[in-house]
Design a protein around this ligand. Structure first.
Ligand SMILES: C=CC1=C(C)c2cc3[nH]c(cc4nc(cc5[nH]c(cc1n2)c(C)c5CCC(=O)O)C(CCC(=O)O)=C4C)c(C)c3C=C
Ligand code: FE2
Ligand code: FE2
Length: 345
């Protein structure tokens, strides 16, 4: 029997700094998130970051936490329930980090008689720190605990027409009747090194003005290309005029070069240059979370106002929109009947 495992990033168990520390330790010690040798990662994470960040992050989580728990988890659960109502195959939910483990999610499916699993990393664009780490962990778990399972992973869907349609519609709906001068597409950042490491041609990606818009097999695993492509397709669909929208990358951590331009500086620049009304959308996240509700909706808004801006419209993530649940159900049903390669072809 076939079954589906939806996978998102995860959150701490609570906003207590102890829980945040435990979560950050697991997250940042992942060699696909901080991709340096173990001794150096240990030194950076356990020797430096975990001494100060948990308290600061816990305060940020406290500002956005809901009565039911972490927004990212609550929203993912709502999405799972909606999809389950629309399809006959069992649908489970797991997180890459934290208590809702991938192992528990796979076990839940096995307990229902599933022997063929489709994992759906809930990230539109491929990154080492997101899609890849899920796929690798699932493979490890299969080897150790679930050798009987046949497991397939849904690839990144950054350019799939159904996804672009729903994302564009959600943006259009949020901006209906809103007067704005600039729409900023803010994606989660990654270190530039992650892009070079996953260039399968070993020479295409230069992170310059042209590599990401010049066709190449490297794009299958190029996070930057995939982000720029999502924006370009949405801009085409919504008929956005050149100069009225741009891309930026948020949430930088550490001192390595990360993808540019940074979201906070871009918001500030727009304000300082005289933009009074801006809107912002965060397509690297399918569920609202700390990075959208606090870093963008709170900090971003403050930066814009301090720089002279007046109206800052934040477009919600797709969350558990009906049309988004329909798209995922469509991909699942296609896989159930045919296969995953053509499911989102
Ligand atoms: C080296 C550090 C990080 C990389 C690389 C990274 C990539 C990355 N992350 C997301 C999605 C999310 N990240 C979230 C929180 C978060 N991310 C990092 C660091 C890196 N992320 C940290 C330290 C944190 C924790 C919060 C903090 O202390 O600031 C979240 C929110 C989780 C929640 O509970 O709400 C998401 C979602 C993507 C998509 C990505 C690469 C493309
Ligand atoms: Fe992150
Ligand atoms: Fe590129």
């Amino acid at each position: 029997m076939k079954g589906v495992l939806l996978v998102n990033l995860g959150s701490p168990d609570s906003t207590d700094p102890k829980d945040v520390k435990k979560y950050l330790d697991e997250f940042l010690m992942d060699p696909r998130v901080i991709d340096v040798p173990f001794w150096l990662r240990s030194f950076i994470v356990r020797g430096i970051i975990l001494n100060t960040r948990p308290k600061k992050s816990a305060e940020a989580y406290q500002k956005i936490w809901w009565d039911e728990g972490s927004p990212l988890i609550v929203i993912s659960e709502r999405l799972q329930k909606k999809i389950q109502e629309k399809t006959t195959v069992p649908v489970a939910l797991a997180m890459r980090y934290g208590s809702m483990t991938l192992k528990k999610g796979l076990q839940e499916l096995v307990d229902q008689g599933v022997d063929e699993v489709l994992t759906i990393p809930l990230y539109p664009q491929f990154a080492m720190a997101t899609t890849e780490t899920i796929d690798v962990k699932v493979e490890e778990l299969k080897k150790e605990f679930f050798p009987q399972l046949e497991i397939t992973s849904l690839p990144a869907f950054y350019n799939k027409p159904e996804y672009i349609e729903v994302l564009s519609r959600s943006i259009a709906e949020s901006l209906e009747g809103v007067d704005y001068e600039h729409l900023l597409f803010s994606y989660h950042g990654v270190p530039e090194r992650h892009i070079y490491k996953r260039d399968i041609t070993k020479r295409h990606c230069k992170i310059d003005g042209s590599c990401c818009i010049t066709p190449s097999p490297a794009h299958e695993f190029c996070y930057r290309h995939q982000c720029l492509k999502t924006t370009a397709l949405v801009a085409e669909k919504l008929n956005l005029k050149p100069g009225t929208y741009s891309n930026a990358f948020q949430s930088r951590l550490g001192f390595d070069p990360w993808l540019k331009p940074p979201t906070d500086r871009t918001i500030e620049r727009l304000g300082l240059e005289g933009t009074k009304k801006m809107a912002i959308v965060t397509p690297a996240f399918v569920s609202d979370c700390l990075e959208t509700l606090e870093e963008i909706a709170m900090e971003g808004q403050e930066i814009f106002h301090e720089a002279g801006g007046q109206e800052f419209t934040v477009i919600p993530c797709l969350n558990d929109r009906d049309d988004w649940a329909e798209v995922l159900t469509g991909w699942i049903d296609h896989w159930r009947i045919v296969d995953v390669k053509t499911a989102i072809a």
